[in-house]
Design a protein around this ligand. Structure first.
Ligand SMILES: Nc1ncnc2c1ncn2[C@@H]1O[C@H](COP(=O)(O)OP(=O)(O)O)[C@@H](O)[C@H]1O
Ligand SMILES: [Mg+2]
Length: 289
C-alpha cells in the first residue's frame, strides 16, 4: 500500500456550477484521509500524500479549504518563476481543528491566464527556432516536466480543471490517468456531458492516454422522477460501471466552504448523505489502485 503508483485525476466538465471544485476538494481530502493509518502507538501516520492543483484562474480551492496561499501560484510555477517548493502550500489547519497533514495545494489566481499566454508563446518561439513540426500540444513539455516531478512525491494528484477546452486543458488531459466528470443531474447538463465525453474519446483516438471517464452525477434528488430518469439514462449511455453513486443535492455542500473559514464535507458534515456519497467515490477511486 505504501508503494501505490501515483495517479493523476482530472476533474473536468465544460460547464460551470456542476460541482467540479466541490468534487475535486472532497475527493482530494477524502483520499488523503484514506492514506492515514494508526501506527503501533495509536498515532495517525500518513502512508502517502495528496496534492490538489487548482487549474481554475478563479482560484476557489484555497478559499474553500481556508488555506493561506501567500504568494504560491500555479501560473508562477508554469512560467518557471516559482519552484515546486514555492508553489505548493500545506492545506493543514490543525489550529482550526482540521488536521490535514498529508493534503497539499497548488493554488491559482487570475494570473494563470497571463502565464498560459507566456508559456504558449515561449513554446511557439522554441518551436520556430527548432523548426519542429506543427501540431504539437503547446504547454505539454512544461506540464510534463512539472507534473513528472510531482508524481514522485504525491500518491494522488487531483486537478480541478477550468470549464475551458484550451491548450492547457488538453495538456492536462494528456497527462492525467483518468478523467472524472461531475454531471449536474438536469437534462441540459447531461446533454453537455455527452459532448464532453465525446471530446475525451476524440482525445483518446488522437493518442492521448486518458483512461476512464467516471461520471459523477451531482445535485441528485432521488424523490424527483426526472432525476432518477436522467441517472438511468447516464448509466445506459456510459455503462453502469462508469457512473458513480450520485451525490445528493444538500445544503451542507454549499455551507462547508464557509464553516470555520473553510471546511470540507468530511469536516463540516460527516454524516450528511452528500458526504457519504463522496466517501463512496473516494473508496472507489482508492480501491482501483
Ligand atoms: N451536491 C450539491 N448540493 C448542493 N450544492 C452543491 C452541490 N455540489 C455543489 N454545490 C454548490 O454549487 C455551487 C457550484 O459548485 P462548484 O463545485 O463550485 O462547481 P464548478 O466548480 O463546476 O463550477 C457551489 O456553490 C457549491 O457549493
Ligand atoms: Mg470550479
Amino acid at each position: 500500500m505504501a508503494n501505490r503508483d501515483s495517479k493523476i485525476f482530472a476533474i473536468v466538465n465544460r460547464k460551470g456550477g456542476v460541482g467540479k471544485s466541490t468534487t475535486a476538494i472532497n475527493l482530494a481530502h477524502g483520499l488523503s484521509r484514506q492514506l492515514l493509518r494508526k501506527d503501533s502507538d495509536g498515532e495517525w501516520e500518513a502512508d502517502g500524500h495528496v496534492l490538489l492543483i487548482d487549474f481554475d484562474p478563479q482560484g476557489n480551492c484555497a478559499m474553500a479549504l481556508g488555506v493561506e496561499r501567500g504568494d504560491a501560484d500555479l501560473g508562477e510555477l508554469l512560467t518557471g518563476r516559482q519552484t515546486l517548493a514555492e508553489a505548493v502550500v500545506s492545506a493543514d489547519r490543525e489550529d482550526a481543528g482540521f488536521p490535514r497533514g498529508n493534503l497539499w495545494l497548488i493554488p491559482s489566481s487570475n494570473s494563470l491566464a497571463d502565464a498560459k499566454q507566456e508559456v504558449i508563446l515561449g513554446n511557439f518561439m522554441k518551436m520556430m527556432t527548432a523548426r519542429q513540426s506543427r501540431g504539437e500540444i503547446p504547454l505539454l513539455d512544461v506540464l510534463k516536466d512539472k507534473l513528472g516531478a510531482l508524481r514522485e512525491r504525491f500518491t494522488y494528484i487531483v486537478i480541478d480543471c477550468p470549464p475551458t477546452l484550451d491548450a492547457l486543458s488538453n495538456a492536462v488531459y494528456h497527462l492525467s490517468d483518468a478523467a472524472i466528470v461531475p454531471v449536474k443531474v438536469d437534462y441540459l447538463s447531461a446533454a453537455g456531458a455527452a459532448q464532453h465525453v465525446t471530446d475525451i474519446r476524440q482525445a483518446q483516438t488522437d493518442g492521448i492516454e486518458i483512461n476512464i471517464d467516471l461520471i459523477v452525477p451531482t445535485f441528485y434528488v432521488s424523490r424527483q422522477v426526472l432525476d432518477r430518469q436522467i441517472l438511468d439514462a447516464l448509466k445506459e449511455t456510459y455503462g453502469e460501471g462508469r457512473v458513480a453513486e450520485p451525490i445528493p443535492k444538500a445544503q451542507s455542500v454549499a455551507e462547508a466552504p464557509a464553516y470555520q473559514g473553510g471546511a470540507t464535507l468530511f469536516e463540516y458534515a460527516p454524516d450528511s448523505p452528500a458526504t457519504v456519497a463522496y466517501q463512496s467515490l473516494v473508496e472507489r477511486v482508492f480501491n482501483n489502485g
